[in-house]
Design a protein. Structure first.
Length: 762
């Protein structure tokens, strides 16, 4: 059975375009967006203007542009219309011929003209006339520079529309308006498109509506996926059993009929520079619809050796650039952004993920299996393989260099599995029902990544210390202690553990692991390294590469420790000792961490003198405090931090009913969170937070109003209120209405009867 090829790959790229019974092409959704673009085309701007339409493969850029291009109103507005598709094989002469052909100005004689003569002819036919040019599927800014000069710039209100998958190209083009980002179809639009494709406009039989709705929803709002599966179902037997099968196996069904979609997706993949291809395919390691922590992804890429850097930039900074580049190429979707505006979590559409899995299998990059592990080669349980004979392995072994274990929907009970790893380089377990026991055959194992959400006990597997190549270790089942020989993991970069008890103590040998970059435990006691010469062999060393460390219980900022973590950027601490004196913690030494950018401090008991004792490093950009009951008068200590951009005052961080901000403070602050306090009056003006962009007030029940001066901050973009008083909500609405009257249509106000944590969970 094959998907209907009604108009070839070129029309398939139009995604939402589909044949009706009359043979014409239709489009679903985006009516409001179409009106907006039509008004721009017919606007008052006299000079020639350009609009970029941007989005991932299959989202409907071409179809949307075609809908505008063919609109009756557009045909009446413009004297000349022309359409050209560029794609990756850029040929200036072909573009000229296609434009003239679209304008019906191409004859047999014209085809033989020199390129410069074709340029002159095109320019002559456009000069002094109001024209609309659509440049479809453009991949390079250089191409835009070349084609842009072909079109005369005059006062005839001419317009150019281009479509691209690349944000770099979209933003490169000078325009009076930002690029239009194509959105995914909503549930109703997806269902309408699905029915159009399967039934040609007729109604779906009642017994298939529930399953059909599920199939349409699983396409994730991507028109290409809906068109492909709809075309398949339109030619298949329309029975409940078959549709149920398709609903449960949607990705594999599309993959088995993927010739056309692969051609479309391969365009994006082939356009990737070499260093990004493996990073993109690696996205297939994660299960369908999995929300990926960007910080975890960056650590995994680094541990897998996928990040290349020859500059002074850290591996993490380069990996962040890789991720941003893939987002800008419309291959990865941003789910959430952090308070700093960075990518916090991301996703990949199921169709692209399936592409990654197939390509990775062809290139023997990784192997995806479900929790039963039934598709692993039987020979793996008996073979003892080393690096020297790895090259002679059959293909099914080579792909096992990385194994990703996904949940098995047919399993609802916990089970165990022994996985020998003399072949495997990476093991990632996403199956919560699988208790994975890893049998380490020898210390020469090639494994680099071991990420399991479950272990067979709360004890740390002692065999792990034999994995001399291990770079990334995550165990989230609850660990009681680490073996002292852990320093034998001399290549370990990332250590992520969930501890059973708050008194969990890292072994002293942690100071003998120079490759460590990230250490994350829910609570840990950090041992003091002995004072000795670090140059001595097998001595305790300076952890130059350590970038993040959390959560350290009752961290004492003694100089001997801080000098050994000089490049630390992120630190999380917890203070739970109610009797200790602050002088025991040497808080004034914190300023020795000259590269620290983010600090998170949590207190089990009120410590009202904390800010008076601590000395923050001037590099600090993000500060989170919780549970210390500080007086609002001490806020001036935080306000004086010159680089502070994010401030989160969580659950009872400050105590008092009045906050009087002062001039000249918080000059760089962009994000402010106030959570669960007894603040009643906040006497703030716009000059107190001159660069504030986002304000979140969570469970501030006593606060009477958002200061009107906050609404006058020119950079303010959003106010969010959670579980607040009626008067506070009213003041936020007043600010919103004022911003709307001023023409600030992008300004947002969100008011919810729940806490921010509850909303995040939703």
């Amino acid at each position: 059975m094959e998907i209907e090829d009604y108009s070839g790959v070129q029309d398939l790229q139009q995604r939402t375009a589909l044949p009706t019974r009359s043979g014409k092409s239709t489009m679903v959704g985006l009516d409001a967006e179409s009106i907006e673009i039509l008004n721009w085309l017919d606007g008052n701007l006299l000079a020639r203007d350009t609009l970029s339409i941007c989005g991932m493969a299959g989202i409907g850029k071409t179809t949307f542009a075609r809908k505008i291009y063919d609109h009756q109103r557009v045909q009446e507005i413009f004297h000349v219309r022309a359409w050209v598709t560029v794609s990756q094989n850029y040929d200036e002469r072909k573009i000229l011929l296609d434009l003239l052909h679209s304008m019906k100005k191409l004859s047999g004689e014209t085809q033989n003209l020199e390129t410069c003569a074709l340029e002159e002819k095109l320019h002559k036919n456009l000069k002094g006339r109001r024209y609309l040019i659509v440049i479809d599927d453009i991949w390079d800014t250089k191409v835009w520079n070349d084609v842009n000069r072909l079109f005369p710039v005059d006062k005839e209100k001419s317009r150019i529309i281009l479509t691209t998958r690349l944000e770099e190209v979209a933003f490169y083009v000078q325009s009076s308006r930002p690029p239009y980002q194509m959105r995914f179809l909503d549930v109703n639009e997806s269902w309408k498109l699905f029915c159009e494709k399967v039934f040609g406009g007729d109604c779906c039989p009642g017994e298939l509506i529930q399953t059909g709705t599920e199939i349409a929803k699983k396409c994730g709002g991507l028109p290409l996926a809906i068109v492909l599966i709809g075309g398949l179902l339109s030619k298949s037997t329309q029975t409940q059993n078959y549709w149920d099968y398709v609903a449960k196996n949607l990705s594999s069904v599309i993959a088995s009929h993927d010739d056309q979609s692969s051609k479309i997706l391969h365009l994006s993949y082939n356009n990737l520079p070499h260093h990004l291809r493996a990073c993109f395919l690696y996205m297939g390691i994660f299960p369908e619809d999995y929300e990926i922590l960007a910080s975890k992804l960056v650590k995994l890429w680094t541990a897998e050796g996928l990040i290349e850097t020859e500059t002074s930039k850290s591996l993490e900074d380069v990996a962040d650039e890789y991720l941003l580049n893939l987002v800008e190429r419309s291959l990865i979707l941003v789910s959430k952004r952090s308070s700093e505006g960075k990518i916090k979590t991301c996703k990949i559409h199921d169709l692209l993920r399936e592409f990654c899995v197939r390509e990775a299998k062809k290139k023997s990059i990784f192997h995806v299996t479900d929790g039963s592990l039934g598709d692993l080669p039987k020979e793996i349980s008996t073979s003892h393989l080393t690096y020297t004979n790895l090259q002679r392995l059959p293909a099914n072994f080579i792909s096992l260099r990385r194994v990703s274990i996904h949940p098995n929907p047919r399993t609802n009970f916990r089970h165990a599995y022994n996985l020998p790893i003399s072949v495997v380089r990476s093991v990632l377990n996403f199956d919560p029902t699988l208790s994975l026991s890893v049998k380490f055959l020898n210390s020469g194992s090639l494994i680099r990544v071991l990420d399991t959400e479950n272990g067979n006990s709360s004890d740390f597997p002692t065999e792990t210390v034999k994995l001399l190549n291990l770079r990334y270790l995550a165990c989230l089942n609850g660990v009681r202690e680490l073996p002292s020989p852990i320093h034998e993991l001399r290549n370990l970069q990332t250590l992520i553990l969930s501890c059973v008890e708050s008194s969990f103590r890292l072994p002293l040998e942690i100071w003998r692991m120079p490759q460590l970059r990230h250490v994350h435990l829910n609570s840990v006691i950090l041992p003091d390294p002995p004072i000795e010469r670090v140059e001595e062999e097998n001595s305790f060393v300076v952890l130059h590469d350590l970038r993040s460390l959390s959560t350290v219980v009752n961290f004492k900022f003694v100089e001997n420790i801080l000098r050994r973590i000089p490049n630390l950027k992120k630190l999380g601490v917890l203070y739970d000792d109610i009797r200790a004196d602050w002088s025991d913690y040497y808080l004034n030494n914190l300023e020795l961490l000259e590269n620290l950018e983010a600090l998170k401090c949590r207190f089990q008991f009120p410590r009202q003198t904390f800010l008076q004792k601590i000395r923050f490093p001037p590099s600090l950009k993000k500060l989170t405090l919780r549970g210390c009951f500080l007086p609002w008068e001490d806020m001036t200590i935080i306000g004086s931090l010159e680089k502070l951009q994010v401030l989160k005052l969580k659950r009872k961080a400050f105590s008092g009913t009045v906050w009087e901000p002062k001039e000249g403070e918080f000059l760089q602050l962009k994000f402010l969170l106030l959570e669960e306090n007894n603040l009643e009056d906040w006497n703030a003006e716009s000059t107190h937070f001159p660069k504030l962009e986002n304000l979140i007030l969570d469970n501030c029940k006593r606060l009477k109003e958002v200061p009107c001066g906050i609404g006058q901050i020119p950079t303010l973009q959003k106010i969010e209120l959670y579980y607040c008083s009626d008067s506070l909500a009213t003041s936020a609405k007043d600010i919103y209405e004022e911003q709307q009257d001023l023409g600030n249509e992008d300004f947002q106000v969100r008011i919810l009867e729940m806490t921010a944590d509850e909303y995040e969970t939703c």
